[in-house]
Design a protein around this ligand. Sequence first.
Ligand SMILES: [Cu+2]
Length: 112
Amino acid sequence: MNGGMVKTFFIFSTTMFFLMGVVMASEACCSEGAKMVVLKVEGMTCASCNVAVNIALRKLDGVVEATASYRLGRAEVEYVPEKVTPKQMIEAINKLGKYKAGIYKAKGGHKR
Ligand SMILES: [Cu+2]
């Protein structure tokens, strides 16, 4: 490669890196029209509890992503407010029988 090509390649890769960073940052929270809620989940004791709670949440129409943590006793849920409510998520978790869910706090999104 000559100097010009190296320079072009450097600028190109720097630009790509920057664009990837922008895309990743915008994915942190949330997708178009989605909001984030953190649920308090009592009774989770291991990794399979995380999985059970995640599955129950993802089954709900409108839940984009669910991440439960038994260590924190919480589940972070990205959801579409027009389709599903935190109350329905709490019911879905409680229906599993082993856990007790509640609102931890609302996060992100805009105040109305
Ligand atoms: Cu478990």
